[in-house]
Design a protein around this ligand. Structure first.
Ligand SMILES: NC(=O)c1ccc[n+]([C@@H]2O[C@H](COP(=O)([O-])OP(=O)(O)OC[C@H]3O[C@@H](n4cnc5c(N)ncnc54)[C@H](OP(=O)(O)O)[C@@H]3O)[C@@H](O)[C@H]2O)c1
Length: 233
């Protein structure tokens, strides 16, 4: 029987591309707020012969991450992997961004991932070879003016991931960070329109996530950077 994966932020961009790529080889639980967009991804997954549960939810709600994990386990009876991909990208000068911006970005990019992992780890432990993939960004190691809150969220996500990795190692759970560069998705288009030929495609990043997830149990990819050959915007 195919392994079970929960992918957050699966209604568009990198999350949707990952769901499509894994269709038929994993059983998928897909989370995002927009039910209509999740339904489109579900239909593509089913057309590819895959099994899929869609769970519309706002992961910034404190109780939502645990509810989402429970829904996936109730449906499939197990959880083998989690991709914390849901994220928000917004910009403001470092010394000017208001509390609303910081709370929105940290609430989703960091806190929702922490809460989802907290709920998922007991199930990943039972899977004897569980995987967590946290989707970060190259902003964690490069400075881009206007991106302070987003950068802080991804740096925090990576620091937390490093500690988590050591703590769950004895449970045979592997923790990986995938750090994309500029990728042609709704999030990027909304904030900084760019020439798509200079960008990675969502499918490229999905391929990197699949590579990480499908390593044999004897190998762990701790951090993988995938960026457009044209370089940073
Ligand atoms: N595109 C890039 O250049 C780039 C580069 C580096 C890293 N990343 C990271 O890649 C990840 C995916 O982003 P993307 O570029 O694919 O953008 P995207 O197409 O906008 O995808 C973001 C996903 O997160 C979901 N989401 C947003 N707020 C949510 C909430 N409160 N609760 C649940 N789901 C929520 C969105 O769905 P709903 O709106 O339906 O909720 C959507 O499915 C993010 O973590 C982002 O930081 C992107």
């Amino acid at each position: 029987m195919n392994r079970v994966i929960l992918i957050t932020g699966a209604s568009s961009g990198i999350g949707a591309a990952t769901a499509r790529l894994l269709a038929g080889t994993w059983r998928l639980a897909l989370v995002a707020r927009r039910g209509d967009r999740l339904a489109e991804v579900e239909s593509a997954v089913r057309d590819a012969g895959g099994e899929c549960l869609v769970i519309p939810a706002d992961l910034r709600e404190p109780a939502a991450p645990a509810q989402v994990v429970q829904a996936a386990v109730r449906r499939f009876g197990a959880l083998d992997a989690l991709v914390n991909n849901a994220g928000v990208f917004a910009t403001a000068p470092a010394a000017e961004g208001g509390d609303d911006l910081w709370e929105e970005i940290l609430g989703l990019n960091l806190l929702a991932a922490v809460r989802t992992v907290r709920a998922a780890v007991p199930h990943l432990r039972a899977s004897h070879g569980g995987c967590i993939v946290n989707v970060s960004s190259i902003v964690a190691e490069h400075a881009f003016p206007g991106c302070a809150a987003y950068t802080a969220s991804k740096c925090a996500l990576e620091g937390w991931s490093r500690t988590l990795r050591e703590e769950v190692r004895p449970d045979r759970i592997r923790v990986s960070v995938v750090a994309p560069g500029a990728t042609d998705t709704e999030a990027l288009r909304r904030v900084m329109p760019a020439d798509p030929t200079r960008l990675c495609r969502a499918e490229d990043v999905a391929g990197a996530i699949r590579f990480v997830l499908e390593q044999p149990v004897s190998a762990s990819v701790d951090r993988l950077v995938i960026a457009p050959p044209a370089g940073p915007l």
